[in-house]
Structure formats: structure tokens, C-alpha cells
Write a protein that binds this ligand. Structure first.
Ligand code: C2O
Ligand code: CU
Length: 632
């Protein structure tokens, strides 16, 4: 919704810079132009530059009106400097044009003021790239100082003042720029709860329990045992190329299928994955110590090592598992599989199909091959789709279907998915579809014509279906009554402002994917107490989709871009698109230290990771350290 406004803001700000650069060029080198043309060019450049600065200020205010996070630095830093510098430069232009007619030679200082307007525009851009929405007074002061001292250098240069003075002021300008960088780029790396050895030392002074001790306590129910061995394996991709995969015995790993109420016990062994491996149960609310996040709930399992995960299968639905040690590389290369929990009475469909969709070495895998074929069936088919990639996947069916569940949560009322409607599954998300009895159905996947799902006698090849149809809106899946805690005051309110800013990642400043102006591990956690109702507002200031995923809890979606839901929609992975604002709630009913991160793992690697930390829970594990723990 705000993406066009943000784009327009950047556009007019750059226009401001270009117009003033143009005015400078005409002012400095316009001697060879016919005087009237030169004056006209100078004046139009100045007027355009000023108009652009005013337009940027208005757009900044409009953005701040949608949500303060969208406009904070534009209103507090960019607009005052942009408008003031342009206004001064316009006045200087006017003065110089007037004095040109009267006196000769005309004064040179107005030229310095024009340069100052160029600087004003550049500081505005700097504010957006470096300061971001978390604007503190140090950042405001430093930005103003950068502009003021830079402008002083420009004016002094035109006054032919002693070179020493100019050098001195230039040094001040550089100092201010350095200060701005220190405060905003390096600032978040100090004074954060995450700056120590451990991710979260302890968020209060009371007694602490180790996350490693928060393990499954349930007993007395049927135990289902599984073994997964992580190992290198060369596989043949659908196109015929061979690929150096890493899998849990196969790619994808075996389906872990159990019935609700059973206790799952999975022994993970690492045969030869040098960097280590873990098992994380995506979307499943396991005890914190079984969450499988390297450096948070355990150490990465080294080659030859093992780890046993135990948790009660208390929720039916479609989930998936993957390594949470260097997961971008690990999952991409095959360290993933599905977890399917059936309700005690079984499902209402006679055929149950699991279809994880994955990109690997330039091919798309649906299950283990490009095309997943399901032989003709009599009854209805339940198709469990999972997106194990970094970006959203868009699918389309050639027949009417129904959405039964999203992210493993059975909808109170299935949502119709008419033929031709595009189903968009966020990275990490799942959707269970019900296909009509005995139907012949083809599912096409955008971006790879060779990949898809063919059910019944749907032909040999995946048909070329159009993706031009309308997209199913996930909000339309909301159904059934919301819990009581959806209303009334929340105990904890937090914000996640997603952005792209220059920040320190892995020890070096770079363009990072940030949350609240900081990059992992320097993002302050959301601190909660057991039983509290937590409300989080997620604001995407960026230009890319961020599939935000919270571990250990289901998120109840309350609102997106002002559309308030009055029915229940529970997700574990949110498709937060550029410019969107989502409001969600969850109940803090699962003590631990929980990751909350973007499941586009490229963004996670570049900083978009934070934690929900329960009071009194600490992690004994280190990031990095002897095990090279790297949960992002
Ligand atoms: Cu799918 Cu942090 O995980
Ligand atoms: Cu992201």
C-alpha cells in the first residue's frame, strides 16, 4: 500500500539532487550560454529542486500518517534539511540573478548555497539508507551537523577564504559523518542484550532456567521412534544434472507421519556434514529444548554426533522439519522433510498426498521429482503443499478445490479455491487442499513449466496454465470464532519494523536486512512473561516480501493494512509484502527462547532475525563458539 509512496519519495528526493546539481552546473559553467537562456535554466533548476524538496516533505508526512515507522526519518531528518536547504538555495539563486543585472562581477557565494542544496538531498537519502525509522536525537543532530558543516565548506570555498579554514571545516564535516555512521551503523551493536557471548544472557535478575532443560515431560502415551541421518549424497536432478546434495537419508527427507496424541522421538545423527546439523520442527510448538536451533536451544551436532528430540504430537496438520544450523545452505541442499500428524480418527479424504516444493540447482522438485504423479483415485484427495524455498511460490489448479488448512491449522470452514485462482504460499508456509472426488487435476507452478502435480488421468505433461487470474487472499481463509484474548488490551506490545539499512553483519558494515533498525544478533528481543498476551505489529518498509516466522507459537492474525479480521486465522509464517502492516497476537504459553525471523533465509543471513525471550529463561549455548553455531 505504501510502496508507491516510498518509491515516489525516493524519486522526488533524487530529482531534488539532480535539479540542484543542474543548477550548479549552469551557475558555474553557464558562461558560454546566452545570458537569457542561462538565467532561465538556472531559475527552472532552482524551482524544480525546491518543488521536489517540498513534494518529498509532503510524501514523508503522508507515509508517517499510514504508520509512523514508514515516515519517521523522512519527517524528522530528510524534510527539514531538504526543504531548508532548497529554500535557501532558491533565495540565493534569486539574489544572484538580481545582482547580476546590477553589479559586475556578481558574487560567487550563492553558488556555494546551491551546492548546499545538493548536500541537503544527499543527507535525506542517507537518512533513509542509514538512519531508518528508529530516529534518535544523536542521529538527528549528526545528520544536521553533516549538512551544516558540508554546506559551510561549500560556501567558504566560494569566498576564497584561506585554505586552512576550509580544511578545518571539511574535517568537521567528515567528523560529523563519522559520528552519524558510528551512532546509526555501529550503535545497535553496543548496549544490546545480545552483545555478549550468549544470545540472551538473562532478561531479568530473577532465577533462570536453561533452555536446554525445557524438554518434553509428557509420558504414558505411545512413542513413535524415527532415525534421521544427515549425510552428503550425490543425486540426479530432474534435468539430468548431478547435484551435491545433503539430505536426511533422501531428498527430501522421509515423511515423519504420526497420529495426534503420540510421542515423537527422533534420533538425529550426523554422518559427514562438516558444518554441523540440527532438526527444527517448523510450525510445531515443541518444548524449547527440542526446537533444534543451533546456538539457542542446542549446539550444532558435529559429524559423528547425535541428538534426540522428543515431543508430543498434540496438533494434527502439515508441518516440516529442517536444519537450523546454517539453514540457508543446508535446506537449499536438501536438509528438509515433512512432518504429518493425522487426527485420531484419520482424515476425511481417501488419498493423502504430501508435496513439498523446493528449488535445487536450477530445478524445481515437487517431492523427489519435477512432477508428482498420483494415480487415479476414487474418493477425494488431500494435497499437502509446503514451500521449502526462500521466496513465495504461486500455484494454479485446473479444477475447483478447497483450502482445508493453512500452516497446519485446520480452517473452521474450508475456503473455496476456484480453478484458475492463484494460490500463493509464503516461504516456509503450507496449504492443505481438498480436491474433488475422483477428479483429474493438474497443478502448475509458476516459474517452472516442467514442474507440477498430476492427479488421476491428467495427462503426461503439466499443462501450461495461466497465472493471470486473481490471487487467493489469505485473509479470506479466516473462519470460526477468535479466542477471547484476541480482544482487549494486550500485556505486551511490540513492533517489528523490517527494513534494509547499512548495519554491521558478521563484523562488517553492509546493506543489511534489519528489524527495528538493527541486524542479528543485535536486535533487542521481545521480552514476555508466561501467560501474557503479546501483540506484535509488523511493518515492512522494504521492497521485498518478508515471510516472518515465529517459533514455538501460533500467530493469530488480527489485521492487515487496516483490514480487521473478526474471525480466526492462525499462521506460523506471514507473507508480509512491501509496504504492508500486519498486527498479530499470540499467547506466551511455551517458555523458552524462540526465534522470530524472516524465512527468506538470505534475509536471515543478512540480519533479519530476532528472539522472543521469556523472563527467567537463558541459553547456555554460544553463537559461533567451538561448534560454529550459526542459527541464521
Ligand atoms: Cu523454518 Cu526458524 O525456521
Ligand atoms: Cu525477508
Amino acid at each position: 500500500m505504501t510502496a508507491p509512496l516510498t518509491g515516489a519519495w525516493l524519486g522526488v528526493t533524487l530529482l531534488q539532487v539532480i535539479a540542484w546539481i543542474g543548477a550548479c552546473v549552469v551557475g558555474a559553467g553557464g558562461g558560454r550560454m546566452p545570458p537569457r537562456i542561462r538565467r532561465l535554466a538556472l531559475l527552472s533548476g532552482a524551482l524544480l529542486g525546491t518543488a521536489a524538496a517540498v513534494a518529498a516533505a509532503i510524501l514523508g508526512v503522508l507515509l508517517a500518517g499510514v504508520d509512523w515507522s514508514f515516515g519517521a526519518e523522512k519527517v524528522l531528518v530528510a524534510a527539514p534539511i531538504g526543504v531548508l536547504s532548497s529554500g535557501l538555495a532558491l533565495a540565493a539563486t534569486w539574489y544572484s540573478l538580481r545582482s547580476e543585472r546590477a553589479a559586475s562581477p556578481p558574487p560567487r557565494w550563492p553558488f556555494g548555497v546551491l551546492v548546499s542544496a545538493v548536500l541537503g538531498g544527499l543527507v535525506a537519502v542517507l537518512a533513509v539508507l542509514v538512519v531508518g525509522s528508529e530516529v534518535g536525537w544523536p542521529a538527528v543532530a549528526a545528520a544536521i551537523a553533516v549538512w551544516l558543516s558540508g554546506s559551510t565548506v561549500a560556501v567558504l570555498a566560494t569566498l576564497r577564504r584561506p585554505i586552512r579554514l576550509q580544511v578545518a571545516v571539511a574535517a568537521v564535516a567528515a567528523l560529523c559523518l563519522g559520528l552519524l555512521t558510528l551512532v546509526t551503523v555501529f550503535g545497535p551493536t553496543t548496549g544490546s542484550a545480545a552483545s555478549g557471548h550468549h544470545l540472551v544472557e538473562s532478561v531479568d535478575d530473577g532465577p533462570t532456567v536453561s533452555v536446554a532443560d525445557l524438554r518434553e515431560t509428557a509420558t504414558g502415551t505411545e512413542v513413535r521412534r524415527f532415525e534421521l541421518e544427515a549425510r552428503h549424497e550425490t543425486i540426479t536432478l530432474p534435468g539430468g544434472a548431478s547435484y551435491d546434495a545433503i539430505g536426511f537419508g533422501s531428498v527430501p527427507g522421509p515423511i515423519i507421519g504420526v497420529t495426534q496424541g503420540e510421542l515423537i522421538e527422533v534420533t538425529l545423527r550426523n554422518r559427514d556434514v562438516e558444518g554441523g546439523v540440527t532438526l527444527h520442527w517448523h510450525g510445531y510448538d515443541v518444548p524449547a529444548g527440542d526446537d533444534g536451533v543451533a546456538g539457542v536451544s542446542q549446539d550444532a551436532v558435529p559429524p559423528g554426533g547425535s541428538f534426540v528430540y522428543r515431543f508430543l504430537a498434540d496438533q494434527a496438520g502439515t508441518f516440516w522439519y529442517h536444519t537450523h544450523q546454517t539453514p540457508l545452505d543446508g535446506i537449499r541442499r536438501g536438509l528438509y522433510g515433512t512432518l504429518v500428524v493425522l487426527p485420531p480418527g484419520g482424515i476425511g479424504e481417501s488419498t493423502d498426498v504430501v508435496a513439498p516444493i523446493h528449488s535445487m540447482g536450477g530445478s524445481t522438485l515437487v517431492g523427489a521429482d519435477a512432477v508428482l504423479r498420483v494415480p487415479e483415485t476414487d474418493g477425494a484427495v488431500r494435497l499437502r503443499l509446503a514451500n521449502t524455498d526462500q521466496a513465495p511460490r504461486r500455484l494454479v489448479l485446473d479444477d475447483d478445490a478447497e483450502i482445508l488448512a493453512l500452516d497446519g491449522d485446520e480452517l473452521a470452514d474450508p475456503a473455496p479455491l476456484p480453478a484458475g485462482t492463484v494460490l500463493r504460499i509464503p516461504a516456509g508456509g503450507r496449504a492443505d487442499l481438498r480436491l474433488p472426488d475422483g477428479a483429474t487435476v493438474a497443478v502448475a507452478i509458476e516459474g517452472d513449466r516442467d514442474a507440477g502435480i498430476l492427479i488421476g488421468d491428467a495427462g503426461e505433461e503439466v499443462p501450461r496454465l495461466s497465472f493471470a487470474g486473481p490471487e487467493f487472499d489469505v485473509l479470506d481463509a479466516a473462519s470460526g470464532a477468535q479466542p477471547d484474548w484476541a480482544r482487549g488490551p494486550a500485556d505486551v506490545r511490540a513492533e517489528q519494523v523490517l527494513d534494509r539499512l547499512v548495519r554491521v553483519v558478521g563484523g562488517l558494515p553492509r546493506l543489511a536486512d534489519t528489524i527495528n533498525g538493527a541486524a542479528f544478533p543485535f536486535v533487542d528481543p521481545i521480552v514476555v512473561g508466561q501467560g501474557e498476551v503479546v501483540e506484535v505489529t509488523i511493518v515492512n518498509r522494504g521492497t521485498e516480501t518478508h515471510p516472518m516466522h515465529l517459533h514455538g507459537h501460533r500467530m493469530l492474525v488480527l489485521e492487515r493494512d487496516g483490514v480487521v479480521l473478526d474471525e480466526a486465522l492462525r499462521l506460523d509464517t506471514l507473507d508480509v509484502r512491501p509496504g504492508e502492516v500486519w498486527r498479530i497476537r499470540f499467547v506466551a504459553d511455551n517458555p523458552g527462547l524462540w526465534m522470530d525471523h524472516c524465512h527468506n533465509l538470505e534475509h536471515a543471513v543478512s540480519g533479519m532475525v530476532m528472539h522472543v525471550a521469556y523472563e527467567g529463561v537463558a541459553s547456555p549455548f554460544d553463537l559461533g563458539g567451538d561448534h560454529g553455531n550459526a542459527p541464521e
